[in-house]
Ligand binder design. Structure first.
Ligand code: PMP
Length: 373
């Protein structure tokens, strides 16, 4: 049979800065132990599932209509949750939400970044930030974190004064290192940002905030005095709701109003709003689970150190540890044993998410075998 004629390569006017780029994403492999994207290992309980299903069924009756564009019900529920979780009360109008904190970050850069402007962060950090910058034509500058993966306040101030960004992104606890920032560091950055001519928004990405250790404070406590601060959170991690895609932030009303301008109309579906509100009604039981994940994380850090490995301090639901030269071989060795972790962070380091006790045991057993320790 005749071979089908080869279609000519289409000429598409892809933006030059996107040429050769591939979509971001960790490998989604079918492996018994998945510890690669910092998910919550516990699926929603039967009760949470039933409550979400009932709420979605209710919402389904109205799906011929567009959803509530301002979603003030969900924003009020999120404000209530933050008050309980961190002791900081904000008005519903000070809360913003979108399809994952990924979209919240995009809104921030759409509103406050743009051509001729700069967004600044401190590497190693979350690898999506440079992509949001690229997609919004914002210049990207990455300062360096210290040996301990901290941000040095004096260096941060100097860098902000030099680069005059309109957005500074601080990740705390940081991904992929797990490092939480001292509030004094955040205060130093806020002070430097306040001096940038034209203004500068400081975003503290607390996607992993609920996993912080005793004594570590949330940047939410700084909101009242800093109208140029935004603290973002997500329901993907502590809440175990990554599949629902709900991220949010708290900030001044003025800052939130700027985000309302750039969002797509009806960006949060009625199904998403109903799902999130139903899950938020179960916050207390989900928070109890966070407690056990924290304990599991602390034990994992001790176990890795016991075997002589260097491990970064972690306030998140993952742990970054050093394996030496050929980290890819170690990653592959684990995968061969049915354990998928993430090859990310500084050369020679690997990141593992905290799973169930059984998953963590499978991971450590495989690791000792691969490293021969
Ligand atoms: N911020 C950080 C630091 C993250 O690690 C992640 C997810 N890995 C996100 C934001 C985005 O999460 P989501 O869009 O699921 O809320």
């Amino acid at each position: 049979p005749d071979a089908a004629p080869q279609a000519a390569r289409p000429v598409l006017p892809v933006r030059p800065e996107l040429a050769g780029e591939v979509p971001y994403g960790a490998p989604q492999l079918d492996v018994p132990v998945l510890l690669n994207v910092n998910e919550n290992p516990y699926p929603p309980s039967a009760q949470v599932v039933a409550d979400i299903a009932a709420a979605v069924a209710e919402a389904a009756h109205g799906l011929n209509r567009y959803p509530d564009r301002e979603f003030l019900g969900l924003r009020a529920d999120l404000a209530e949750y933050l008050a309980v979780e961190s002791g900081v009360r904000v008005a519903p109008e000070q809360v913003w939400a979108a399809n994952g904190s990924n979209e919240v970050m995009l809104h921030l850069l759409q509103a406050f970044g743009g051509p001729g402007r700069t967004a600044l962060s401190f590497a190693p950090t979350y690898s999506m930030y440079p992509e949001y910058a690229r997609d919004t034509h914002t210049r990207w500058v990455a300062g360096r974190r210290t040996e301990q993966f901290d941000v040095d306040p004096a260096e941060a101030r100097a860098l902000i004064a030099r680069e005059t960004p309109s957005v500074v992104l601080l990740t705390s606890p940081n991904n992929p290192t797990g490092t939480a920032l001292e509030l004094d560091t955040v205060r130093a950055v806020l002070a430097a940002a306040a001096e940038v001519p034209g203004g500068c928004v400081v975003v503290v990405d607390e996607a992993y905030g609920e996993f912080r250790r005793e004594g570590v404070e949330s940047a939410l406590t700084l909101l009242a005095e800093h109208p140029h601060l935004a603290v973002s959170r997500t329901m993907s991690k502590a809440f175990g709701l990554a599949g629902a895609r709900v991220g949010y932030l708290a900030a001044s009303r003025e800052l939130v109003d700027a985000l309302r301008v750039v969002r797509l109309p009806y960006h949060l579906s009625a199904v998403t709003q109903a799902t999130a509100r139903a899950a938020l009604r179960h916050a207390p039981e989900l928070m109890a689970q966070v407690g056990s994940l924290r304990a599991e994380r602390d034990q994992l850090v001790l176990d890795l150190r016991d075997r002589g490995l260097r491990v970064a301090e972690s306030d998140a639901n993952f742990v970054l540890f050093q394996v030496g030269q050929d980290r890819h071989a170690v990653w592959q060795g684990l995968l061969d044993r049915g354990v998928l972790i993430r090859e990310v962070g500084p050369e020679g380091w690997l990141r593992v998410s905290v799973g169930t006790p059984e998953e963590t045991a499978a991971f450590t057993a495989a690791l000792w075998e691969v490293l021969g320790i």
